[in-house]
Design a protein around this ligand. Sequence first.
Ligand SMILES: NC(=O)c1ccc[n+]([C@@H]2O[C@H](COP(=O)([O-])OP(=O)(O)OC[C@H]3O[C@@H](n4cnc5c(N)ncnc54)[C@H](OP(=O)(O)O)[C@@H]3O)[C@@H](O)[C@H]2O)c1
Length: 372
Amino acid sequence: MPMHAAATLAAPRAPLTVTEVETPAPATDEVLVRVRAAAINPVDWVIQGTGRITYRWLRTPAVLGSDIAGEVIAVGADVTRFRVGQRVFGLATGTDRGRDPLREGAFQHSSILLERLTAPTPESLTDAEAAVFPLGLSTAACALFQPQHLGLRMPGTPASAAAPEVVVVWGGSTSVGMNAIQLARAAGYTVVSTASAKNAEAVSALGAEAVVDHGSPSAVADMVAAVGGRPVAGAVALGAGSTDACLDVLSRAGGTRLAMASTPVSLDSLAGGRHLFPAMLPVFTRIGLATVRSSLRARRLGIHAGFVWGSSLRDDEMGPRLWRETVPRMLADGSLRPAPSPLVVGDGLEAVQGALDRQRAGVSAQKVVVRL
Ligand SMILES: NC(=O)c1ccc[n+]([C@@H]2O[C@H](COP(=O)([O-])OP(=O)(O)OC[C@H]3O[C@@H](n4cnc5c(N)ncnc54)[C@H](OP(=O)(O)O)[C@@H]3O)[C@@H](O)[C@H]2O)c1
């Protein structure tokens, strides 16, 4: 059995260590990729630090990481879109319930990707740039296009003749937000968004018509003014406090759909703390209470609010449509750019744990990446 090196989570809350694991053969609808760059998402340190509670199904040893760019080293029998040697990037979903976190995870030299969640890397992009896309882009697409969330038309679908509707992206300088702005613009919507002042220019360069400072006490009023009485297609809530802010905006500006991607309380202190128990009790109590409060408020306001799961597109029609059609087309016509820009913090599997710690310490409009 061939083997390769992986940054492995040997046990819940253990630091990642480099070990040898078996190299899998791709199933009929999969490709095997030599990973050249892997990006870090908050969920990686959330799983490492709190997986016992938040990802109870996850068995260890496991390989974490969702964002892969590299080149194809083997293809499954039914795969016709890719050939060995081709540069690709895609979303690894190995930590999801029912998937195998050793076959499919970014922080290793060889990983499986599902063909339907993989796209060719254009020559104009480095692997580090391509690696910033997968989870941020997929989560943004789930929030905007899945019928259970905003249910917007996808890019490439003809817009109606009516005035373009406004989409609110609260947290436009997050990785998910920067992708959401580009996808919503490409689908023909007007986007109003938020960022701190230093990132406002970068967010408007992606297509946001107005960028409100989410740190300002007048942020909600400023956002309502930015909407300017136009019809609102919905809001995407990213970042601490974003759900309440979006409910405020929707109740005042109109709009009845809200897609929430963030927990109401960040898990960073819990993930980095020495003990999960009993520190988790007040944190999860606050999360539970805030979630119930927001749900009740949304219901009272007549707003449909749902929590987004960024890899749920694996099992619906939108995932393959996004990855096989929309992403290659938008990259080719220049309407999709890698954002936030990659912050390469190291090379090699030994650098992955430090990269997770760097992401948890906080980033501002940057995507932490390790080259492998
Ligand atoms: N549900 C899912 O499937 C899923 C998937 C991916 C991510 N997420 C969640 O979505 C959120 C964004 O993830 P990400 O990877 O895109 O984050 P990220 O890139 O690490 O987010 C960093 C950015 O957050 C912004 N930010 C900080 N506080 C904020 C606030 N109160 N309101 C709005 N923005 C704020 C900062 O903007 P400034 O520096 O401009 O202030 C910073 O640029 C996280 O909560 C993450 O856990 C969920």
